[in-house]
Design a protein around this ligand. Sequence first.
Ligand SMILES: NC(=O)c1ccc[n+]([C@@H]2O[C@H](COP(=O)([O-])OP(=O)(O)OC[C@H]3O[C@@H](n4cnc5c(N)ncnc54)[C@H](O)[C@@H]3O)[C@@H](O)[C@H]2O)c1
Ligand SMILES: [Fe+2]
Length: 512
Amino acid sequence: MQMKYQMPTRVVMGTGCLVKNAEELAPLGDKALIVTGSSSARASGALDDAIAALTKNGQGFAVYDKIPANPGTGCLAEGASVARMNGCDFVLAIGGGSPMDAGKAIALVAGENVPIPELFCGKYGDSILPIACVPTTAGTGSEATQYAIITNDAAETKTGIAAPGLFPRVAFLDATYMKTASRNTMVNTVIDSLSHSIEGIISNRAGPLTDALAHEALSIIGAAFPALTANTLSDGDRDRLLYASTLGGMVIANTGTTALHAMGYPLTYSRDIDHGRANGLILADFLAFVQKTRPDLVQKVLEPMKMNSLASLCFTLARLLGKPDAMTDAELEKYSAKAITAKNIANSAVVPTERDVLAIYRDSFSRSGQTTGLANSRHATIEFIACEDYLPAKHFRTVPPRLKDVPFGKTEIPVMIELSPKLASEMSFPVTWDGKVFGYVHDNERLASIFTGDMAKGYDSRRIYLNDWGDAFLLTFENGTRDREITRFVHTREIQSLFARCNILPENVYEM
Ligand SMILES: NC(=O)c1ccc[n+]([C@@H]2O[C@H](COP(=O)([O-])OP(=O)(O)OC[C@H]3O[C@@H](n4cnc5c(N)ncnc54)[C@H](O)[C@@H]3O)[C@@H](O)[C@H]2O)c1
Ligand SMILES: [Fe+2]
């Protein structure tokens, strides 16, 4: 096995960890420049904790709290001069990715005396001021990376700067700071972290260790989707999501990001779309592009999230993000020309051409309103159907897992139902295995109407999947090829009442 892996940041996690582990800050210097935005560090309590920790150590501090979202070079020059004027010899950055990245870049500008016009030159020495980070979002993983992403007006996009000295010396992960974050901030940042772990897997620099970290992060994020969608995240969920986003940082610190981030940056620069949302709007169609050449990689991405197909991810993202922003074709052409020049394009296991990038953008932002096809299904209304019409109660037959792949008769369609542990304990089925129920439903007129046209092709391998998303079940009608799927939702209470009334036949009874 050949592998390279580096992550020099000390990571301390837990409620109150900043004050409890204040001594971790002591070796960094005598006086900190606290770099943050105008409000969230105060509102979340992180700023008070940072001041308490520094005071406990007898370290001085100055506060620079003027970092906007998607920071540009202006605040870096100002922040560096505040550091110099106050004799600060290290940086303590608190916030989402914007203040953390700005804090890292200020440490570089102040420590190295880099003139702002040369900021993106890529060559830096080893005098970057020591950095500590306190994330208040579960997104960027910047607390565990050697990158700072800065708005680059000359290039009209966002550009990453990278240097070993930009790895924070220490990161304090306290999920209680995220209690003040809105649903919108949580959704956008978790999707950023999702994209980091996904891109780690489809990077041509992926390795066994980064794959393992990404797998762990994706399983945590996948399990949190229902609560994230419903805005009912518990303290435990926030804790796990923060852990997952730091794992995502450890992943991209070693694999880099890919074409997805390259494609997201122009959307943020030109249309002010939040970074995570920008990635999320194109994620499914980017994966559909990768899947054509490397279905194995997409499988590796979906499996830890317990998803059967890209359609599940598509609908999950649609429920989280709502409708995509309207784009003209001229805009998409401009963004394609921009994205293709980014360094991380070449980092993808499947490298897109400019035409591919444009096609992915077009798929992501198309509004053709058709109900089949990955891209189009995303924009279809999220439609709830009456469950009984499609899974008639009288005709449900369970089968043991070992039979789940048996060929079926012309009049039956296999169904795979994935239940959350909670629902599995509430509903009793004759045959369950690992939270999954396998069965068959009898073909009926409604189903026949679904499996017409394009969906009728590949008739011999059609299937129905039901995934438990808490308040709703996601139904995927699949005809065997992953790009021909129709997806609908059913209210969970309907599924529960259906199975309560259902005449479940034993596995060996074939006559309906
Ligand atoms: N360095 C890296 O490796 C890396 C990786 C990915 C993204 N990024 C960069 O990170 C930036 C995005 O960071 P982000 O997504 O964390 O957003 P952000 O830092 O811009 O914050 C978004 C919003 O959330 C608010 N907020 C943050 N924490 C809050 C809290 N606890 N309570 C209430 N409000 C809170 C902020 O005030 C802001 O309005 C982008 O510039 C992106 O390019 C960096
Ligand atoms: Fe990111």
